[in-house]
Design a protein around this ligand. Sequence first.
Ligand SMILES: Nc1nc2c(c(=O)[nH]1)N[C@H]1C(S)=C(S)[C@@H](COP(=O)(O)OP(=O)(O)OC[C@H]3O[C@@H](n4cnc5c(N)ncnc54)[C@H](O)[C@@H]3O)O[C@H]1N2
Ligand code: MOO
Length: 391
Amino acid sequence: MLIPVPEAQRRLLALATDRPAIELPLRDAAGHWAAADIPARRTQPASDLSAMDGYAIRFEDMPGPWTVIGESAAGRPFPERIAAGQATRIFTGAAMPSGADTVLVQEEAARDGARMTLTGEGPAHRGRNVRRKGLDFVQGDRLIAAGQRLTPARIAVAATGGHGTLPVRPRVRVAIAATGDELVAPGSNDPAALPESNGAMLAAMLADMPVDIIDLGILPDDLDRLRDAFARVDADLLVTTGGASVGDHDLVQPALKAAGGSIDFWRIALRPGKPMMAGRLGSMMVLGLPGNPISAFVTTLLFVKPLIAHLAGAAEPLPVPIPAILGEDVPANGPRIDYLRAAMIDGRVHAAAIQDSSMLLTLARSTCLLIREPGAPPARIGDSAEILMLA
Ligand SMILES: Nc1nc2c(c(=O)[nH]1)N[C@H]1C(S)=C(S)[C@@H](COP(=O)(O)OP(=O)(O)OC[C@H]3O[C@@H](n4cnc5c(N)ncnc54)[C@H](O)[C@@H]3O)O[C@H]1N2
Ligand code: MOO
């Protein structure tokens, strides 16, 4: 019985055990997920600030003239209160002097010694060109929710909110092994051998995630050597490619069992990617991906990346399909959910004509995967559909 993808994803994520949070400096936290809600430790701005270069005035003194009694620069506030008819020179980011409520931009003012007059229309209302205290956020506001990705913007807001470090889950140690006697390392010029592409592809697919990759290279189709290699791995997750199916040389499962591991589930209602296996070896999780490069790619998108995101504390680890419009008719789908290599052309989705799961050039030319649900009826050009964007 093939397991539906959503059920397999649920079961996989449920196998993961919790990992205690650590604190990381902001500059090391990119790409991690917040391990806790992050509150603002300060108010931003901390006081009313000028948004422009010009003069801090009392709006009620419009249309002037004013006497300029000093200066307020960013980091060097004017210490006194301004009275009726008075102004200070002020610069962007500087604190408003007490008594002032509005900034007159310098383009609309003329200066003659201490005397300053209005030359343009002036501020339209009280508070013009002033950033009020707390405009961005106030102390105690939630800046980042637990489980949210630490994007550049969230790292910056955390810095502004008074945080020098953030709580995250430790980097996930991912061991990657390709299996297959036919494989040679990329760059080898043996014309009869097949270059190993899954390892480099997987590493590239995980490049934006908080992982430490342990490259196990190419392992042979040999039960004892696979068993020994698996038994030696020290990682949170072991990902193998190849040897996942039912052939005589498909040895990943027997080797995992021989090493003392166990199989949690195997065979997914997914095309490509049916023979994927999930298991464990001690505290290490194991994902056995099919060897076909496209099957390895799709199972990495649907299982490996979500599992790593989950281990790293993501609240929403699964890829989120987006709506699209079909650019051509597509036939009814069979019992497995299908991820078709496709391209967006003029805003519409076109699936590649041949979908053989060995064909990498088709994948390299694709910009999205068109999702066809199990048992979906034929669909017509112009119908709505769902895709996963790739590029
Ligand atoms: N009788 C059956 N045969 C197959 C079934 C089945 O249900 N019954 N399932 C098919 C499906 S679906 C898939 S997918 C493949 C995957 O099987 P394996 O995981 O055992 O993959 P391999 O046989 O090891 O390799 C498949 C293919 O991919 C090439 N390969 C493998 N590793 C790499 C790599 N690292 N880089 C580049 N290319 C790689 C390998 O040379 C093979 O050509 O099984 C079907 N068979
Ligand atoms: O489903 Mo296999 O995964 O055809 O390539």
